[in-house]
Design a protein around this ligand. Structure first.
Ligand code: UDP
Length: 359
């Protein structure tokens, strides 16, 4: 059975590192990988293929930049050509990026069944490009791999139960990655603060594309850096670009985006995590650290319910207070919220069984 996998953005490389590994261990499955090029810098793409031993993509589409419509449209055109050439039995997509949606749409229109990893997640904020991408991808998928109970319930609530699709709660592949690579953590080359630091990430469009929100967040980061503890911020290229364009003064310790093994090292040693990332909210939890999330909603609501994570939006005072209150606080995964590191294995097993069933 031939699986055509579409990846293109940093978190998808990290997820594929465990799923492609599991697929590679199933003799019935033959995976062909397409890299759309959505993320292309050495430190946003190549480093993950090297560090995490992800199979080299069979296709490099080199599509990045431009508006959402332009990027998604160009991907749609090129992925359609690959599908027509490869004639896969199934297409596999991850998460909620433009690469995800382009892949799912191209396949659905050519009647190639689509499996979606991270199905069912919802922020209920339709202003987020990710929310649009994930809802539409779920709609055209026939296998929906849900990471959490909440994701499964979201799909049920939306009526997926009565559709001819399979919904499987497999757990979260990011927990598999965290467990697999945690022993291999390495320090980033240019880290100044070695302990007690606050690990921050900032790249969500709702924060970077709104100058007032961004200024409010940067004020908070600068305040925390001087009054609480050093803030270490591996700076996403999008955020770096906007900050330099707007001439905002960022006084924290910034470094270039780091590889995953360096990121794990930072997660293992930081005193608290401050982020607007989806994946990093969970990784804070996997490494036992409290998380302060600079968003108004999250898809990972179980972390809010169990008290591991708090939402503080973009308000300067709320961010500073959130970090101060959670500095050094450790958290515990007592309820096995994310499947315990078996998700990629379950997905590969399911794809193999499916291949037997369809012949
Ligand atoms: N990450 C990384 N290096 C960095 C920042 C993040 O390897 O400098 C990893 C992080 O550990 C997580 C993933 O990238 O596994 C999250 O990606 P991102 O925050 O870009 O996307 P999101 O999860 O918000 O979709």
């Amino acid at each position: 059975m031939k699986i055509l996998t579409i990846i293109g953005a940093r978190p998808q490389f990290i997820k594929a590192s465990v799923v492609s590994r599991a697929i590679g261990q199933c003799s019935q499955l033959n995976e062909v990988i397409v890299h759309t090029g959505q993320h292309f810098d050495a430190n946003m793409s190549d480093v993950f293929f090297e560090q995490l031993e992800i199979p080299r993509p069979n296709y490099q589409l080199s599509i990045s930049g431009g508006s959402h419509g332009s990027m998604t449209g160009r991907m749609l055109i090129e992925i359609e050509k690959v599908i027509e050439k490869e004639r896969p039995d199934r297409l596999l997509v991850y998460g909620d990026t433009n690469s995800t949606l382009a892949g799912a749409l191209a396949a659905a229109k050519l009647h190639v069944p689509v499996a979606h990893i991270e199905a069912g997640l919802r922020s209920f904020n339709m202003l987020m490009p990710e929310e649009i991408n994930r809802i539409l991808t779920d709609q055209v998928s026939d296998v929906l791999y849900c990471p959490t109970q909440t994701a499964t319930e979201n799909l049920r609530r939306e009526g997926f139960d009565s559709k001819p699709v399979e919904i499987l709660q497999v757990g979260d592949v990011m927990q598999d990655s965290a467990l697999l690579f945690s022993q291999l953590a390495v320090p980033p080359a240019d880290v100044k603060s070695k302990e007690g630091f606050i690990l921050a990430t900032l790249h969500r469009a709702e924060n970077t594309d709104d100058p007032a929100r961004l200024a409010s967040i940067v004020n908070a980061l600068n305040d925390i850096h001087t009054t609480v503890a050093p803030v270490l911020l591996p700076l996403h290229p999008r955020t770096r670009g906007v900050i330099s364009k707007l001439g905002i003064e960022l006084k924290v310790n910034t470094i270039d985006p780091v590889g995953y093994l360096e990121m794990i090292w930072l997660l293992q040693r930081c005193a608290v995590v401050l982020t607007d990332s989806g994946g990093v909210q969970k990784e804070a939890f996997f490494f036992g650290k409290a998380c302060v999330t600079m968003r108004d909603q999250t898809e990972w609501v179980e972390l809010i319910s169990c008290g591991a994570n708090i939402l503080v939006g973009a308000d300067t005072d709320s961010i500073v207070e959130g970090v101060r209150n959670n500095y050094g606080r450790l958290v515990n995964d007592t309820d096995n919220l994310y499947g315990g590191g078996q998700a990629s294995h379950r997905i590969a097993q399911h794809l193999s069984k499916y291949s037997v069933a369809v012949g």
